[in-house]
Design a binder for this molecule. Structure first.
Ligand code: NAD
Length: 428
């Protein structure tokens, strides 16, 4: 990295395994490939803006609770900010910064006209009533209202946020500006300017790029064994897509436990039980696994689709998969990445693997501007085209520079961001 002044920030203390520390190590790995653009590297190692807000709400019992909220705009060099909103008790400013940084690289790697942003509230939404959740969402939206907008920064769903929360965000923003503004968030319900195909877009995209990688590695998806950590939106749809293509989902883990069957699990049944209390542990017809045994599952594809930092070095040492596909953001620590590389396990990085969600969010944003909506077939076909094209460019870059797919994706994404920065120039 060029010098400490480009990386050191007074307001976070990253470690080698923390999200921002992991992101910085990835930027460091790409710097030698950036040529003269590396003089702009500070653009990537320092978020453009970080807003911390207090979110006070009245609880159903009449008490007042306060929650910490964030919105980070990591880069606006290539367009408005774009990135999800997470409600989780472990959300921190540092985590939101890293997630925003990965959005910058992802949007550029897939060549969408967006910068990178992310938001979050440090809350366990599962203990809130529906009315409390609505008040929290509306107050958070109002507090970050000075940053967001269809031309400024467009939030979307992430962990524990969904179409209903996007509807409340859109309504709150619209009430505050005095005009229905559907383009302020994506991932909305269909009748409020949402897009067909958005709910399944991330998992579908994981499958599209997994399929392309399998072709390059001569791995047959039909009959291949798949293990998935996280069985929410992304994990369950990824399972559905791989199963439709003839793969066997042999192990699944969520926050409640793990379930395994070498002959394959029934995805429809798993998806139904995963929504109930106790999650995938309610599945009948499989054996349970300890949390650590899950990582050593015999399989061709291991797909982390939960949270960041899950695939640690010690877990990477027992992985038996041929390929790791990062459906989650930042699931692999820097040390684990090196272990996997040395063991010859190919990692398809998050910035391409889970870009299907933001790609269909881009389609939703475009459809909202024109108020002209596309068919689901058109959306899935355009998603396939963008994901397949982006993967091919990353694959060729990886061969050309003899680097991992992660560094290749970062070479493409970071070069585009810094070229935009250099051409725009500094003001004043
Ligand atoms: P979700 O809330 O729908 O599901 C999260 C899943 O992870 C749940 O099954 C939960 O039980 C599981 N989980 C949580 N903690 C766990 C733990 N410690 N061990 C095992 N499992 C655990 O969230 P999602 O939208 O599916 O997002 C999952 C990941 O994908 C996140 O990293 C998110 O940033 C990323 N992502 C999501 C989208 C999207 O469109 N939703 C797009 C791109 C990336």
């Amino acid at each position: 990295m060029s010098d400490a002044s480009t990386t050191t920030l007074s307001y976070v203390t990253p470690t080698p395994t923390s999200p921002w520390g992991t992101y910085l190590a990835q930027i460091e790995a790409v710097e030698p490939y950036l040529g003269s653009l590396s003089r702009w590297i500070g653009t990537l190692t320092r978020p453009k803006r970080a807003l911390i807000v207090d979110v006070p709400i009245e609880m159903d019992d009449g008490s007042i609770a306060h929650y910490e909220g964030y919105r980070v705009q990591h880069s606006l060099s290539r367009g408005p900010g774009k990135g999800g909103v997470r409600f989780h008790p472990d959300v921190t400013l540092e985590e939101v910064m890293a997630l925003a940084g990965w959005m910058t690289v992802k949007n550029a790697a897939v060549n969408l006209p967006f910068g990178g942003a992310k938001g979050g509230v440090r809350v366990d939404p599962k203990v809130l009533s529906r009315k409390e959740l609505e008040r929290l969402t509306r107050r958070y939206t109002s507090e970050i209202g000075l940053l967001i907008g269809p031309q400024r920064d467009i939030p979307a769903p992430d962990v524990n946020t969904d179409a209903q929360i996007m509807a409340w965000m859109m309504d709150t923003y619209s009430a505050n500006v005095g005009a229905t503004t559907t383009g302020v968030v994506t991932g909305k319900p269909l009748l409020l300017g949402g897009s067909l195909g958005r709910v399944k877009a991330t998992g579908r995209g994981v499958y599209f790029v997994g399929r392309e990688l399998a072709k390059r590695l001569n791995v047959d998806i039909k009959g291949a064994r798949v293990a998935i950590q996280g069985f929410g939106n992304v994990g369950s749809v990824t399972a559905e897509m791989f199963a439709e293509a003839g793969a066997k989902i042999v192990a699944v883990q969520d926050q409640y436990g793990s379930v395994h069957h070498p002959a394959g699990l029934d995805v429809a049944q798993l998806t139904a039980v995963a929504r109930q209390p106790g999650g995938v542990t309610g599945y009948r017809g499989g054996e349970s696994l300890s949390p650590e045994e899950f990582w050593a599952t015999d399989c061709e594809f291991l797909i982390p689709a939960a949270l960041e930092g899950q695939l640690t070095a010690s877990r990477a040492r027992v992985v038996k998969a041929r390929v790791v596909i990062e459906a989650a953001n930042g699931p692999t620590t820097t040390e684990a990445d090196l272990v996997l590389r040395d063991r010859g396990i190919v990692v398809l990085p998050d910035v391409i693997a889970n870009a299907g969600g933001v790609t269909v969010s881009y389609f939703e944003w475009v459809q909202d501007f024109s108020s002209f909506f596309w068919s689901e077939g058109e959306i899935n076909q355009r998603l396939d085209q963008i994901m397949t094209g982006a993967f091919a460019t990353i694959w060729d870059t990886h061969l050309q520079h003899r680097v991992t797919l992660r560094t290749a994706a970062f070479i493409i994404g970071c070069t585009r961001v810094l070229q935009a920065r250099a051409e725009r120039g500094l003001y004043p």
